[in-house]
Design a protein around this ligand. Structure first.
Ligand code: ATP
Ligand code: MG
Length: 422
């Protein structure tokens, strides 16, 4: 992509209202633009990151056997009256009335819609287990939207819903999602921690939140050091057995972890999984015939990931004082190619044409060298190929690793070979 033909409105100054680094950088690097409190337009560069995060999630969800669908944003209030949540949900729900005076709402979550979907079609234990997911915009009228996309009012979530005939089946589904979540977050370069959590208004009795450690996080986590040692194994039962809890779930009286092994850190919640049995299937009458011919309510679980929040969380985890440092797996482009002067345009063009244009953001604009360098550092692409004076006579370019700052001189052909995936 040629920068001269792209739309990348970056900001030099830090916006005064943005308190935390991910919020500042996501505005300054031209990822998002706020249009109202907690509501954002995704600009082209930010959208590329969002889509890449979606792709990773989709890939691992599909591998787990879950099936993608797409449920609507706008939901009828009647479904929520059936489940009994309509009055309880409170002011976070954006309530709408249509022209027929029907009560509607902009979905803050989709348990009711998912339950309604399968109750008419799934009749037998033979159709189970079933896990459906979608990636869809939610609206929650948060009291204090803040921190940019980390706590928006409109935000993108991946949410999945599992249906099983009994508790054992539901536990398998739950554990499979636990494992899938570890895989998803690791692929993004993150180190997730799964902590036992309160089940809150969604209800039920088994729940884990996934966090990344960050001092700008809004939750407090208490956990045994051993968690991270065991993460590599992806052994869900062992991971679940380690003491790791969020916020008020911590009880010093029952916590048996020796003091020196117990860590307390701030965390950003990036995902949350629940098992809640028949909380929805019972009032909404979603039942199947079991193996022994009985009519039983389905056992359900739900599994959320904050897709848009992840963009902020990843920036919180990977940045320096110059800007973002994207992990390669989620970077909007892999390479930033910088043309420093018109005299080397031929060389820079040659490199651009040799590489896959979808992987390269080519700064072919006219402008000062300083602006070009600081903009490229700010947007944080993992690699920079810098084409300067030496490209003219010696055929040499500089290749910079954004994360380490290491710069290597290379022959143009060598650089092309190094980055060629064509
Ligand atoms: P929080 O405690 O941060 O308000 P939650 O527990 O209310 O989140 P869940 O219902 O568990 O949220 O939603 C699943 C996931 O959606 C969360 O783990 C989080 O990553 C994301 N999420 C929730 N609320 C927001 C929001 N306002 N903005 C962006 N992402 C959000
Ligand atoms: Mg949660």
């Amino acid at each position: 992509m040629r920068l001269s033909k792209y739309y990348l409105p970056t900001l030099k100054e830090k916006p005064a209202h943005a308190k935390i680094i991910s919020h500042q950088y996501s505005l300054r690097a031209g990822l998002i633009k706020q249009i109202a409190s907690g509501i954002y337009t995704w600009l082209p560069l930010g959208l590329r990151v969002l889509k890449t995060i979606e792709d990773i999630i989709r890939d691992e969800m599909d591998k787990s056997g879950a099936i993608e669908a797409l449920m609507p944003c706008v939901q009828p209030a009647n479904l929520w009256r059936e489940s009994g949540r309509y009055d309880d949900y409170g002011k976070e729900m954006l309530r709408i009335r249509d022209r027929h005076e029907e009560d509607m709402l902009f979905g803050p979550t989709h348990e009711e819609v998912a339950t309604d979907l399968i109750r008419d079609t799934v009749r037998s234990y033979k159709d189970l287990p079933l896990c459906l997911y979608h990636i869809q915009w939610k609206f929650r009228d948060e009291v204090r939207p803040r921190y940019g996309v980390m706590r928006g009012r409109e935000f993108l979530m991946k949410d999945a819903y599992s249906f099983d005939v009994n508790y054992e089946g539901a536990l398998n589904s739950y554990n499979l999602m636990y494992k899938t979540y570890i895989k998803i977050f690791k692929r993004m370069g993150l180190t997730p921690i799964g902590v036992r959590a309160d089940t809150g208004p969604i209800g039920g009795n088994l729940s884990h939140e996934f966090h990344i450690l960050a001092n700008t996080g809004e939750s407090t986590l208490y956990y045994d050091n051993k968690f991270f040692e065991l993460l590599e194994s992806e052994d869900v039962e062992s991971l679940k057995n380690i003491y790791a809890v969020a916020d008020d779930m911590h009880d010093p009286k029952t916590c048996l972890v020796p003091q020196e092994q117990l860590n307390v850190s701030k965390g950003i919640e990036i995902g949350h999984i629940f098992y809640f049995g028949d909380k929805y299937s019972k009032p909404m009458k979603a039942s199947v015939t079991s193996q022994d011919g009985k009519n039983v309510n389905m056992h359900m679980g739900s599994y959320g990931i904050g897709v848009s929040r992840l963009v902020g969380a990843i920036i919180e985890a990977f940045h320096d004082d110059k800007g973002i440092i994207w992990p390669e797996a989620v970077a909007p482009f892999r390479i930033g190619l910088i043309n420093l002067q018109t005299k080397v345009t031929e060389a820079a063009d040659k490199i651009y044409k040799a590489l896959k244009s979808d992987e390269v953001l080519y700064d072919d604009t006219e402008g000062s060298i300083g602006v070009k360098f600081s903009r490229m550092d700010l947007i944080g692409l993992p690699w920079q190929i810098i084409v300067g004076k030496k490209a003219m006579n010696e055929n040499i370019v500089e290749v910079k690793n954004r994360a380490t700052g290491e710069v290597k001189e290379m022959q143009i052909e060598e650089a092309i070979n190094r980055f060629s995936t064509k």
